[in-house]
Design a binder for this molecule. Structure first.
Ligand code: SF4
Ligand code: SF4
Length: 423
């Protein structure tokens, strides 16, 4: 268990031998060239915080830790096995306990901790998206980029020939799966949830619904607000207790923390919960997935950091996409690098977030032929990359891998006519 406090910082960082192999994997170091914005530099700062060599109130310490994306791209690059993400979370918790949260972060996190606040606000945002105004205003400025992020949550346009929803056959009697619905995914990406439910059913899973679940707490944990993260985690553990064989997640950022609930709460029910969590692509890949197509899309896959680095899931999303016959699929060069989204980072550190995104957009622009879809399985990445594509006028859209598999199934008769769905 991560004990928190100085030991919680020092233990995971202890193997660091300052070799610097992680530096070329760090997007913020590559953007600023400042050693203090590198994993190695931040480890020195965090160790100093833990041993009393630097005060929690030190402005430079806070600045360089705030500028860390928490993407964990440094972890696979490290030959010594430094658990950087754990050390960072403990250090941020120490800083928040000493200084409190910055005002903007406090406001955003309190909204996500309160369903009666985030649900109407995000539902209102979805209505605003439907007016087409956010898409029309999308651009590179602070407000216009936010408009682009909202516009990028819209479903991918689909063929008008496609029938609506539901599996043709009776629901299967396979392993039961409960979908983790979360907050942003549930309100701005319900079409991805629909696609996840349908594709799971089409691959033999029995999908069950779980009430009284809520935000996973990842935004809070990454910001250092561990108390709120624990409160939210407890609510989810209770809601899912004894409810399904697996808990499917279609948001990589949520999935990474849900798989870590055992560590966060340190009790048996939370460890049981964590042991049942799978990214939706892991479940689909384990079942095949059932092929369908052809679907004429030219896709580059960009791995969410919290899927590839935090969960170690790399091949499953590619297996899901390869089940679509006729797809042209490539991995984006630099797919293992963060896009600059990182939860609320893009709101709190917009300049550096844009610098990191610029590298991602260059890779997309340089891909020949130009892709029609950038596939990535995390809401933050879908919004950040989607807004970047709009601002840079690149004629591609961001989409979740299950949206594409769902469309292939829909077009090729795996589903029958059914109920209207979220659009
Ligand atoms: S974190 Fe790992 S790769 Fe980076 S300096 Fe330390 S030991 Fe080297
Ligand atoms: S988590 Fe990401 S931004 Fe932070 S030090 Fe590691 S690679 Fe750099």
């Amino acid at each position: 268990m991560n004990t928190g406090g100085p030991a919680g910082i020092l233990e995971p960082l202890a193997p660091c031998v300052h070799c610097g192999f992680c530096l070329p994997a760090c997007p913020t170091y590559l953007a600023t060239g400042d050693e203090n914005d590198s994993p190695r530099g931040r480890i020195v700062l965090m160790r100093a915080l833990a041993t009393g060599g630097i005060a929690a109130a030190d402005a430079s310490l806070g600045r360089h830790l705030d500028r860390c994306l928490g993407c964990r791209g440094c972890e696979p690059a490290c030959p010594s096995g430094v658990a950087y993400g754990q050390g960072l979370a403990a250090a941020r918790t120490v800083l928040v306990e000493a200084k409190g949260l910055p005002r903007a972060a406090k406001l955003i996190l309190s909204v996500f901790a309160t369903p009666v606040l985030w649900r109407p606000l995000l539902t209102l945002a979805r209505w605003f998206r439907s007016t087409g105004i956010p898409r029309a205003l999308a651009g590179n400025g602070r407000i216009s980029f936010s408009m682009g992020m909202l516009a990028a949550t819209a479903p991918r346009p689909r063929s008008p020939a496609a029938p609506l929803t539901r599996l043709r056959q009776a629901p299967p009697d396979g392993p039961s799966v409960a979908l983790f619905t979360g907050c942003v995914m549930d309100t701005l990406f319900p079409h991805v949830h629909d696609a996840a439910r349908r594709t799971l059913e089409a691959n033999g899973y029995r999908v069950v619904e779980v009430e009284r679940q809520g935000c996973c707490g990842a935004l809070h944990e990454h910001a250092g607000d561990r108390a709120s993260a624990r409160t939210l985690a407890r609510r989810n553990v209770e809601a899912f207790e004894g409810r399904a064989d697996f808990i499917a997640v279609d948001s990589a950022g949520c999935g990474a923390l849900l798989k870590d609930y055992g560590h966060l709460l340190d009790d048996r029910p939370s460890a049981d919960f964590a042991g049942r969590v799978r990214d939706v692509t892991e479940l689909l890949a384990a079942a095949g997935p059932r092929p369908a197509g052809p679907l004429a899309v030219d896709v580059v896959y960009d791995a969410p950091c919290h899927l590839q680095h935090a969960q170690g899931v790399h091949t499953a999303p590619l297996a899901v996409l390869r089940a679509i016959e006729g797809i042209r699929l490539r991995e984006l060069p630099g797919a293992d690098r963060c896009c600059g989204s990182a939860g609320i980072y893009s709101l709190l550190e917009p300049a550096l977030s844009h610098d990191v995104l610029a590298t991602k957009l260059e890779s997309i622009r340089d891909a020949h032929p130009t892709p029609t879809v950038v596939a990535t399985g995390n809401p933050g990445c879908l919004m950040q990359i989607g807004a970047g594509l709009l601002a840079a006028d690149i004629g591609a859209r961001a989409a979740h891998p299950v949206e594409l598999l769902d469309e292939a199934y829909r077009l090729h008769g795996i589903y029958g006519p059914g109920e209207p769905e979220h659009r």
